[in-house]
Design a protein around this ligand. Structure first.
Ligand code: M6R
Length: 590
């Protein structure tokens, strides 16, 4: 949700900023801009509507060793050259990730004080406030300004004539990177991959001054502080496409490794998790989008293995419903990025009401990890495509282990065999899956309905989200049994119903749904790991046969099928699956 990057050093600032912005583009891509201080002290700005590449023709003309940039996901004001960052006022230049909630009131006062605004953004008020608060010291001006702002902000500020960047972090992520003769600040790790050996994660309320020589960090009272330095393990190679045309495909191919790595990492946190969960009487899974869908499966695992009440809820709904939480409740906050504002706030609320809170996240040291009792890692590695793929499967794998651990089941030899065989089964699925015919059916359809029961229903919801997110084909996920209670009215020859059937006990019931759709002229596809189902429905429906799989682990296998389907449909329709319209990867605003 907007990416920002700053550079100060002996290199070419414009090139470094541009490269960083390309790496942060998954956070927003409707407009981009940068500001660079020339050796003379003059600041050169370029900002344009469009993806980061719109800046490329201009960077050769921008000389300077200190600069900062922004790639935008619009919140206030439509995507346009004028609304793109940086914003400026009186020699102050600002890039901002977050939302200034009291901007309207501040803007009114600033206009009354004689300031002139040119954009529709909330962020422009920051530049004007710093300008008015600045008596020559950019850091104290930023400190004074911070006290006037309500909302969330990761900010970088430059001032004409000064070869440094002042930064401020509050409820939006910001890291600093220590290089050789050059230093960096950025929203997220990918921007700094291969650029520096060490990074520090800033805490809420931290300020920093970044110059070529040093990084100075200050707390909310401007007292100098040290933040832990950690290795910057992410390399540029790990961020490459590895021969794939899109990150979505590359990341889908990384599912087996993700599951294996997640199993391995779990051993390191198992004991701590058991301790945090001891005495738990009810579990609640919170997340947004795909992470919520993983939570639906986590809920089933806990109900089945531990026989305790379990719920799953959209974090955005939980926050505002005055939730009933008691001691003895454990809340799993599921979030790939660890940055989703709704999930973090919901987790904090649950914690304040007495729940034990566990983060299930793909990003170590992300914001969520700093406000919970325990962290369960999803070891998917960097996920660049806006649509979650490998992280979803990794979340399910992690939640499976959490439920088994809580249930106190030492993994039996049978379960151990199933788990150890899982990465190979996932690989086999990836190697053999063929959804081309179905993808063409979906691409031509007027609507796609994903149907299933039990675990299959949870995956149906995710299949539907994935398809609409990357292909823009209208789609919904429904419980197969609900079809006859209303959805059947939507079925005609232009619709495709994708029915997931992986549990033999529920298969006859789900097959009823197939027949009901066929009787009304709808096209049907069946995703199943049950050869008997495939045989019965052959000739009536398009069949996607998956490797045989234990019903509890089937969501991990069928997830690959629905993700592959979404990807292929998007490609057929000429969409960019990595950067779907209107979206961004880390939703750090409410
Ligand atoms: O980083 P998070 O897991 O918290 O993100 C939650 C959702 O924004 C995310 O899963 C979104 O639904 C994906 N784009 C779906 O592919």
């Amino acid at each position: 949700m907007c990416g920002i990057i700053g550079y100060a050093g002996g290199g070419n600032a414009a090139e470094n900023v541009y490269e960083g912005l390309k790496r942060l583009e998954y956070r927003g891509y409707d407009s981009a801009g940068m500001a660079v201080i020339a050796p003379s002290g003059e600041v050169k700005v370029i900002k344009k509507q469009g993806k980061v590449s719109v800046l490329e023709p201009y960077i050769a003309d921008i000389r300077g060793a200190v600069g900062m940039g922004h790639t935008r996901w619009a919140t206030h004001g439509k995507p346009s050259d004028i609304n793109a960052h940086p914003h400026s006022a009186g020699g102050i230049y600002v890039v901002h990730n977050g939302i200034i909630e009291n901007y309207a009131e501040l803007k009114e006062k600033l206009i009354a004080a004689g300031e002139t605004f040119i954009s529709e953004t909330d962020s422009e008020v920051i530049a004007h406030l710093i300008k008015l608060n600045c008596d020559g010291n950019i850091l104290t001006a930023l400190h004074k300004t911070a006290k006037m702002l309500t909302g969330s902000y990761a900010l970088m500020v430059m001032r004409e004539g000064e070869h440094k960047i002042a930064v401020l972090k509050y409820r939006s992520s910001l890291i600093v990177g220590y290089g050789e003769g050059e230093n960096f600040c950025a929203s997220d790790r990918p921007a700094l991959a291969g650029k520096c050996d060490k990074i520090s994660v800033l805490e809420d309320g931290d300020f920093a001054l970044i110059s070529a020589e040093k990084i100075e960090i200050f707390d909310k009272d401007l007292t100098p502080v040290c933040r832990p330095k950690t290795e910057n393990a992410l390399t540029a190679e790990k961020l490459g496409l590895n021969g794939c045309p899109h990150y979505m495909l590359k990341e889908l191919r990384e599912v087996p490794q993700t599951v294996q790595n997640t199993f391995n990492s779990f051993n390191e946190v198992k004991d701590e998790l058991s301790e945090v969960l001891s005495g738990t009487k009810r579990v609640i899974f919170l997340g947004c989008g795909t992470a919520y869908h993983a939570g639906l499966i986590g809920k089933k695992y806990f109900e089945t293995f531990a026989r305790i009440p379990a719920e799953a809820e959209n974090a955005s709904e939980f926050r505002y419903k005055d939730p009933v939480i008691s001691r003895g409740d454990a809340v799993f906050a599921v979030t790939q990025s660890g940055e989703t504002a709704d999930t973090i706030e919901a987790a904090l609320l649950a914690k304040s009401l007495g729940a034990k809170v566990i983060a299930v996240t793909n990003v170590p040291q992300s914001a969520i990890t700093r406000c919970v009792h325990a962290v369960v890692p999803v070891a998917a590695g960097a996920e660049i495509c806006v649509a979650a793929t490998k992280s979803y499967v990794g979340q399910i794998a992690a939640l499976y282990l959490c439920a088994l651990t809580f249930a106190g089941k030492a993994v039996t030899p049978k379960e151990f065999k199933l788990l150890s065989e899982l990465p190979a089964a996932l690989q086999k699925t990836i190697n053999n899956i063929n959804v081309y015919t179905l993808a063409h059916m979906c691409a031509r359809s007027g609507g796609v309905y994903f149907l299933g029961r039990g675990y299959d229903y949870a995956v149906a919801l995710e299949g539907s989200l994935k398809l609409k997110e990357v292909s823009y084909v209208p789609s919904e996920g429904y419980p197969a049994g609900e079809l006859k209670h209303g959805t059947l009215a939507l079925i005609d020859e232009n619709t495709v119903s994708v029915v997931l059937i992986t549990d033999s006990a529920l298969a006859p019931k789900s097959e009823n749904a197939v027949e009901q759709v066929l009787s009304r002229g709808g096209k049907v596809a069946v995703i199943t790991c049950l050869p008997a189902v495939a045989k019965r429905l052959e000739g009536k429906a398009e069949i996607i046969l998956l490797p045989a799989c234990n019903k509890f682990l089937s969501p991990l296998v069928s997830a690959i099928a629905v993700q592959e389907l979404a990807y292929r449909t998007a490609v057929i329709l000429g969409r960019d699956p990595d950067k779907p319209r209107n979206l961004a990867k880390s939703v750090t605003v409410e």
